[in-house]
Design a protein around this ligand. Structure first.
Ligand SMILES: *Cc1c(COP(=O)(O)O)cnc(C)c1O
Length: 218
């Protein structure tokens, strides 16, 4: 079942769009099924859940952190993830830099954009993004590779389009600045109900959970 859904989505996505299988709350065996069917990137919201999944699935796939990262989890996160998609503050960036230096690596990250400008949500406001990125370029062990957004929960997929568009425009604008050390190559947006719209708006990464694994257990 999971395998068939993974194969169908992989067949549908354009070649330049990467699939992240968003695995929160799934059992490691389900993640393994996704990998067996061709999933190359697993998205995890929790560091501990990722460790449990990696113990079963191994490191031959890439692991993206897609949740909200607390500073006390950064040390472990830089050891077990290949990309952190959700950097939204200089404080978090500094801690990732510090822990990455200690681990002797450079951590690729995306900046999470609060495209819906929702006060209670994580992510940096669009107008604060350039300044955050410029500050992050001073940190040698973190490398900005693009943007990520969730957008507000909406009823219709089409309702997500303005938030994806705002994020894509910001992505293009920052790319055009040519900030040294910044590679604007990845744009992560779109979930199960909205990924087709996100791809139309320029996503290069979609993060899908429900459509691959079924409804999450309540
Ligand atoms: C859960 C989650 C997803 C996947 O959501 P679905 O609606 O189940 O496809 C994508 N991105 C993030 C950050 C998530 O937490």
């Amino acid at each position: 079942m999971i395998g068939d859904r993974i194969k169908a989505v992989l067949a549908e996505l354009p070649a330049h769009v990467e699939l992240v299988a968003a695995a929160k709350t799934r059992r490691p065996e389900e993640v393994l099924e996704a990998v067996a069917a061709g999933a190359k990137i697993i998205g995890e919201n929790y560091v501990q859940e990722a460790e449990a999944a990696q113990a079963v699935v191994g490191r031959n796939v890439r692991w993206h952190f897609i949740g909200h990262l607390q500073t006390n989890k950064v040390k472990k996160a830089v050891e077990i993830f290949d990309l952190i998609e959700t950097v939204d503050s200089l404080k978090l960036g500094r801690e990732i830099d510090r822990r990455s230096r200690a681990a002797n690596r450079v951590m690729p990250v995306l900046i999470e954009i609060n495209s819906g400008r929702e006060p209670q949500k994580f992510g940096v406001m669009p107008e604060e993004t350039e300044a955050l990125i410029r500050n992050l370029t001073r940190l040698p062990n973190i490398r900005v590779e693009g943007l990520m957004t969730m957008g507000p929960e909406t009823g219709e997929p089409e309702d997500s389009r303005p938030y994806f568009r705002v994020t894509r425009e910001l992505f293009d604008r920052i790319a055009s600045l040519g900030i040294p050390g910044v590679a604007m190559t990845r744009l992560s947006m779109g979930m199960s109900h909205s990924y087709r719209v996100a791809v139309e708006e320029g996503a290069t990464i979609v993060r899908l959970g429900t459509i691959l694994f079924g409804p999450r257990p309540a």
